[in-house]
Design a protein around this ligand. Structure first.
Ligand code: ADP
Ligand code: MG
Length: 371
């Protein structure tokens, strides 16, 4: 199901990225809630039962169905789905808050379910930070003490942990608020304290379960921007859960769409929008603007096809663009020229041609060779 195309940050001519051991890997993960989970699992595998049938026959709830995915170093991987689709169930496996019915989760290559309690405690404390929808801050501790709390539990001296807490508060732009108490802060600020608390332990992995979902749209947008900015600086690997496709598209390098426990599609925002795997995903993406999501390499004609169709046309005087230019930028280029074509150049070579027709079709979301 996973496909590989040029993402917005890479060109096809650079050296391949060294991906190493992935920070998070889920392999055929299943979670069925209820006493008869194993029986239900066998029946689901054999008879392809749906959620309702499993509930009727076994009295079991279906959380996650055969989920496999890898989150790469530094990536923000979003899991998007409606309420009840299994997102929280899935993410809770990653720090082993719950045990799977079947399958495994590897953290930096190590099976988290095979770890001893001591190894698990250490992995959680040092590698994984978690942010929830409603961060329950400790009401009788001030903001700085809340941020430092995890370090306090680990026995780190007050002076040292306060210093780390100050740094974490600075990252989320709350330096001035260290002495205040949680009830003096707005919801958005409390979520930022929660994020600072997770960052204080300097984890390499962040798990974020709908961290901004309870906030007003404007505040949510500000926090998304802030998060993207700090994420770029810190090079952490993030598993980000949301029920909002717009948020997933803004935040995610890749998105997994979840329905009734199943990951129905995994791809870049562009792949999800241009090639939805089924009607469910297509419905989700129907209202999404393609201008900043779809790139020249998707809408262009191959040079070969262009030459076959217009053998006499020279591209010599045409404006040029890279394969990673988005539709919005291509429109600007097309509007600014009297030429009818944009030559798409990769590694110094023409690899394709964007025509006025292919550009307009790209904006519409229709196949380019309908022209
Ligand atoms: P989401 O986070 O996408 O809203 P959840 O992971 O919370 O979805 O829930 C997925 C499904 O698993 C739902 O049908 C929910 O009722 C069920 N579920 C979640 N937690 C439990 C639990 N502790 N016991 C039984 N069923 C549960
Ligand atoms: Mg949830």
């Amino acid at each position: 199901m996973e496909t590989q195309t040029i993402s917005k940050d890479e060109t096809s001519c650079g050296p391949p990225a060294d991906l190493g051991v992935p920070p998070i890997e889920c392999r055929n993960l299943w979670k069925i809630y209820g006493d008869r989970e194993k029986e239900a699992l066998e029946a689901m595998k054999k008879e392809n039962l749906n959620k309702e049938e499993v509930l009727a026959r076994f009295g079991c709830g279906v959380g996650v169905v055969d989920a496999s995915f890898t989150v790469n170093q530094g990536e923000i991987f979003c899991i998007m789905g409606l309420s009840g689709s299994g997102k929280s169930t899935l993410v809770r496996h990653v720090n082993r808050l719950i045990d799977p019915t079947a399958g495994s989760v590897l953290i930096e290559g190590k099976d988290i379910n095979a770890m001893s309690m001591e190894q698990l405690r250490q992995t959680r404390a040092e590698k994984i930070g978690m942010v929830f929808q409603n961060m329950s801050l400790l009401p009788h501790k001030n903001v700085r003490q809340n941020v430092a709390f995890g370090l306090e539990l680990r026995g780190i001296a007050r002076k040292d942990r306060n210093k780390v807490a100050e740094e974490a508060l600075e990252i989320v732009h709350l330096s001035e608020w260290g002495d205040c108490y949680p009830d003096e802060l707005s919801g958005g600020m409390q979520q930022r304290v929660g994020l600072a608390r997770a960052l204080a332990a300097d984890p390499s992995i962040l798990l974020m379960d709908e961290p901004f979902s309870a906030l007003d749209p404007l505040i949510r947008r500000q926090l998304q921007d802030q998060f993207l900015e700090l994420s770029e600086k810190m090079n952490k690997t993030t598993l980000f859960i949301t029920h909002d496709l717009d948020e997933a598209i803004r935040i995610g390098n890749r998105i997994a769409i979840m329905k009734d426990g199943v990951l129905v599609q995994i791809g870049t925002p562009e792949e999800i929008v241009t090639k939805p795997a089924d009607d469910y995903v297509a419905d989700f993406v129907a209202g999404i603007s393609r201008l900043h999501l779809v790139y020249a390499h998707t809408v262009m004609w191959s040079l070969e096809y262009f030459k076959k169709r217009y053998p006499a046309v020279s591209l010599e005087n045409c404006p040029t663009a890279s394969p990673n230019e988005d539709l919005d930028a291509l429109i600007d280029i097309m509007v600014g020229t009297d030429e009818k074509y944009i030559s798409i150049i990769d590694c110094g070579k023409c690899v394709g041609v964007v025509t006025r027709g292919s550009l307009l079709r790209g904006i519409q979301g229709k196949e380019m060779d309908e022209d």
